[in-house]
Every structure is written in structure tokens, then in C-alpha cells.
Design a protein around this ligand. Structure first.
Ligand code: SF4
Length: 445
């Protein structure tokens, strides 16, 4: 495609045409439409024409990254919604059915709605999450879409037509007031969706207040984005690309760190010359690019894929940061890689790269008590166990301290694990301090 082309999104109404191009038969195409009625679908011309290998579709990893799969949800649900669509059921009936399926998919994992929303005065501060003392997350109202949607997205509830499931704010005056009252906060993450979907002018409305002299305790501003993978034009040829970079320079000029937390799922996303230009231009502002992604079955679940990603990222000046475990929401059962296998993939990839790539941590579960990293599989006094530690924790005392769980080759999430060499996990003795924590966990980012 021509690099300077304007952004154009493809949505569910284009699905039949696109899945025909992938060679799907009528039954599978209907099942894909049924899945896309429950979970969000959106892709763009760059992903379609420059990233997907259509000769390999529907097995191509980038195709699988953005196109719903016919068997991603329970067969009974897919058949139910498929039959409504095929029978021309009224819109209301289809919407109610989709809503019923969504409510079974744990739309807000890790207690995001119940546990992480702070208060300002006596009122909650919606669109903000404060889970760890030093970090606050802001969800800008205009940033709750992406240039394309990942099939495995743990924030899928942000993109479906259900206002009650959304987290968002546009009230930076209240957010700033909250931050002024919390000098322990040193880092703000602007997240979504994808904040880089916003124009430079709108992004500025969220970033500039953080540069206020009253907020010198904010040392770093992070922007969580997949735009480098899905739409690198955002930093190169889009009409406001230069304004965006100027905004980045403005952040750096205040002495703060600006980190572009870039989500790359597969090495192919790193191959385009547009991406190379975008990375160079971002680096020229003084911003740092850190990279992260979840480990996903059938998209990136092998060590060579990760080693290649990390090596390429380091060659381009980016900093590998996280390998995540697929979170406990949406189609987790479909995409999850067991923790034991995930650890092996991480270790094999880590062992095959230079020390410069070993800034990466993982595999890490963003769970209700914090970020739990699988450090290894050990044999202690004849008992096989997972060695774990918390990279981040609601209770900072627990950060960095090792603990163990009984080995279970099928476990895919923290809630599947049982403590080993102890009667409880270290984060369990605090139910009074964090009411509801274990009820949330049992439901099961
Ligand atoms: S880019 Fe991030 S927020 Fe957007 S769909 Fe993918 S995982 Fe979800």
C-alpha cells in the first residue's frame, strides 16, 4: 500500500468479504460473524495489505491476531448466535444474546472495576486505576479504540457496545487534583484501548496537565500502544505525526521520562520500513520504547519467535520489557498456553539471546494481588513445584520475595495453583485489608 494513505478501518460489516479471501467456507464464515457479535473486530488497510500473509491464512499468525476464529467461544454460544444471524433475528434479540455471552467472559479481570478505582474526596474517580502505590493508569475517553483489535485482547470490554463495561475519563482537572494529593505516584500510564488513536491535539489535553510544576513527583509518563505494530504511519506520515513528536519532546524537556510501551505480538510486525522510520523518529525525541506482549497459542507460542522479536527490537534500539501470560478474560481458554510450557518457551528464548535482550521479564500474570512471575520449575525434597515471585504487588512488602506453588502441568492462571511448602500464598493473609480479593480471584489480565 502507499505509505501516505489515510487510516481506514474495516469492521464487522466487511468480515464476510475478508474471510472469503482467507478461504473460509460458509459455515465457518457464519461462526466468525457470530464470534464478532460478542467480541470486537476491527482491522485496517495496513494490517490487511502489509502484515497478513494471505497465502497462509487462516493459519497465518497475523491473520489469527486480528480475525476472530470460529471456535474461539463455546460451541453452544457460537451456534446460538449464528442461528440468530442466519435466521435474520431482530437486532435486539442478537444484542441480548451477545450480552448474555459477554457476561460469562469475566469482562473486567483482576478486580479492575471493584478494587482499582480510587476516590477523590468522597467521590470515585472513574477512568483511573490506582493498583500499585507508585503507578496510576489513566484511560482517556477518546482513546478507547485501537487501530486494529487483537483477538486475544484482555480489554475487549472497552470496545463492545456496552457503556457499563467501559472505563474512561476526560476530566483531567480531577485526575490532576488526585495526583497532587498522591506524592507517592511517580509514574502515570496513559492506556486504552490505544491512546495513539487520538490526534496529537487530543492527546495533548491528557499529557500537558501531567507536566504541571505542581506534579514534579511524576517522574515518568508512559503511553501503552500497539500503533507501532498496527499503524506506524501514526508517527511518520499521518497529518499530525510531527505534532505528536513535538509533544513527546515537550515531555522530555520537562525532565520526565517518556516511555512508549509498545505491544508487538509477532516478529513480522517489526519488518516494515515504515516501522523502522517510526522507531527512529520516536527515538529522536528522547523517548524510550519498551516492548511487551502476551504469549498466545497459535500466534507466538514458540521460543524462536520470541528470541527473534527481542533480538530485532534491541537491534532497533527498543527495550524488551514483558512477556505476559494470557489473562483470565474473554477467550482465555482458546489462547492460553499452560504456565509450565510458557515458562519453557520463555527460558529457551532467554537462553538464546544476548544480555542486552535480558531486560525482559516473564512469563508474568497480571492478577488480582499483583504481577506474578513464573521463575522456574524446581524439585525440592522430592516435590515438583513452580518457583514464583511478585514483580508488582498491591502489598509492596511482597515484591521480589520468592514463593512456591505445586506443579500442575495444566495450570494456565494463578487461580489454578495451590501453595507448595506452605498452607497459603504470601498474598493470602490480607483479606481484611483487601476485601473481596479472593472472591474476585475465584472468578477468574
Ligand atoms: S492493541 Fe491492546 S487494547 Fe487494543 S485490542 Fe490489542 S491488546 Fe487490546
Amino acid at each position: 500500500m502507499v505509505p501516505g494513505r489515510r487510516f481506514r478501518a474495516y469492521t464487522a460489516k466487511h468480515l464476510d468479504q475478508l474471510t472469503t479471501r482467507a478461504g473460509l467456507g460458509a459455515e465457518d464464515r457464519l461462526a466468525v460473524r457470530a464470534v464478532a457479535t460478542v467480541l470486537p473486530f476491527r482491522v485496517n488497510e495496513y494490517v490487511i495489505e502489509s502484515l497478513i500473509d494471505w497465502d497462509a491464512a487462516p493459519d497465518d499468525p497475523i491473520y489469527r491476531l486480528v480475525f476472530p476464529q470460529p471456535d474461539m467461544l463455546p460451541a453452544a454460544d457460537v451456534n446460538w448466535i449464528g442461528s440468530l444471524l442466519a435466521g435474520g433475528a431482530p437486532e435486539d434479540e442478537v444484542r441480548d444474546a451477545a450480552h448474555a455471552v459477554r457476561t460469562r467472559l469475566n469482562p473486567h479481570p483482576a478486580g479492575q472495576l471493584a478494587l482499582n478505582i480510587p476516590d477523590l474526596g468522597d467521590e470515585p474517580l472513574p477512568g483511573v486505576q490506582h493498583k500499585y502505590p507508585e503507578t496510576v493508569l489513566i484511560f482517556p475517553r477518546q482513546g478507547q479504540t485501537c487501530h486494529a483489535y487483537c483477538t486475544y485482547c484482555f480489554r475487549w470490554a472497552q470496545f463492545v457496545d456496552e457503556p457499563d463495561l467501559k472505563i474512561a475519563t476526560d476530566d483531567m482537572a480531577r485526575v490532576s487534583a488526585y495526583l497532587r494529593q498522591h506524592p507517592e505516584v511517580t509514574s502515570v500510564l496513559i492506556t486504552g484501548g490505544d491512546p495513539m488513536i487520538m490526534s496529537a491535539a487530543v492527546l495533548r489535553r491528557y499529557i500537558e496537565p501531567l507536566l504541571d510544576p505542581g506534579l514534579t513527583h511524576i517522574e515518568s509518563v508512559r503511553i501503552g500502544t500497539k500503533s507501532l505494530g498496527y499503524w506506524p504511519q501514526r508517527f511518520v506520515t499521518d497529518p499530525d505525526a510531527d505534532d505528536t513528536l513535538q509533544l513527546f519532546e515537550q515531555v522530555i524537556a520537562t525532565g520526565k521520562n517518556l516511555a512508549v510501551m509498545s505491544h508487538f505480538s509477532h516478529p513480522r510486525e517489526l519488518e516494515s520500513s515504515l516501522l523502522a522510520d517510526a522507531v527512529r523518529r520516536i527515538h529522536s525525541t528522547g523517548a524510550v520504547i519498551r516492548t511487551q506482549a502476551p504469549l498466545i497459542r497459535s500466534i507466538n507460542d514458540d521460543a524462536e519467535t520470541w528470541a527473534r522479536m527481542w533480538r530485532t527490537q534491541v537491534r532497533m534500539g527498543m527495550v524488551p520489557y514483558y512477556m505476559f501470560v494470557e489473562r483470565d478474560t474473554g477467550p482465555q481458554g482458546y489462547f492460553a498456553v499452560p504456565l509450565a510450557r510458557g515458562y519453557q518457551i520463555f527460558r529457551d528464548a532467554y537462553a538464546g539471546v544476548s544480555g542486552l535482550c535480558r531486560t525482559v521479564r516473564g512469563p508474568s500474570m497480571s492478577a488480582t494481588p499483583g504481577k506474578v512471575c513464573v521463575d522456574g520449575i524446581v524439585d525440592i525434597a522430592g516435590e515438583k513445584a513452580f518457583a514464583l515471585h511478585m514483580i508488582q504487588a498491591r502489598n509492596p512488602d511482597l515484591v521480589g520475595k520468592p514463593f512456591y506453588a505445586r506443579f500442575d502441568p495444566a495450570a494456565i492462571w494463578l487461580s489454578d495453583l495451590e501453595p507448595a511448602f506452605s498452607t497459603r500464598f504470601p498474598f493470602e493473609p490480607y483479606p481484611d485489608e483487601f476485601p473481596g480479593l479472593w472472591e474476585e480471584e475465584a472468578l477468574v489480565s
